[in-house]
Design a protein around this ligand. Structure first.
Ligand code: DLZ
Length: 164
């Protein structure tokens, strides 16, 4: 499936969110991007029926902190069905970009496997700010929306397994 717009989804294929508890963690670096991604995720969860008391929003300093925050949330609350991690890392002049991207992608995978619950990668890793803005409500849609839809689908996936 080739997707050119991160906001495109078939609403009929998205699970009802009213039975799920979902946490969203957003990094404070590049806030013009991460706040737009957070809005996209939260609005999409609400549009698909999540109850306000089951929607938890947290902030962490940077993208590097997302995986440890997701780990703490899942450790603390076994009722949380999924965590959406939102961040934006922009290529700079040093190798910091590589280390953060490597750490967060591996870290999020490890947390999901440790807790057996979905942890969603809504992290933009771009060459410049314009590429990030294009994917945070710009011409390529909003990766926060994609993350919310993915979280709901993965919650249903886990639920279906538990009924087998
Ligand atoms: C240090 C740093 C740099 C250089 N760039 C970014 C970035 O583009 N996006 C982001 O979310 N965070 C960045 N950070 C901060 C790190 O994620 C982290 O917060 C610090 O290294 C402290 O652990």
């Amino acid at each position: 499936m080739k997707k050119t717009n991160l906001s495109d989804y078939d609403p009929t294929g998205v699970p009802d969110g009213s039975k799920y508890k979902i946490a969203v963690v957003a990094a404070e670096w590049n806030p013009e991007v991460t706040n737009a991604l957070l809005d996209g995720a939260v609005q999409t969860l609400r549009a698909n029926g999540i109850k306000e008391q089951n929607l938890l929003v947290y902030h962490v300093p940077g993208t590097f902190e997302l995986s440890s925050a997701a780990d703490m949330i899942l450790e603390h609350d076994d009722k949380v069905d999924a965590v959406i991690c939102i961040g934006c890392v922009i290529q700079g002049d040093t190798r910091h970009f590589e280390f953060i991207c490597q750490a967060v992608s591996q870290g999020i995978t490890n947390v999901a496997l440790k807790h057996h619950r979905p942890v969603i990668f809504s992290v933009l890793t771009t060459n410049d700010m314009q590429q990030a803005l294009d994917r945070a409500g710009g011409k390529h849609g909003n990766k926060g929306i994609e993350g919310a839809v993915t979280a709901l689908k993965m919650c249903r996936f886990a639920e279906n397994l538990s009924h087998k």
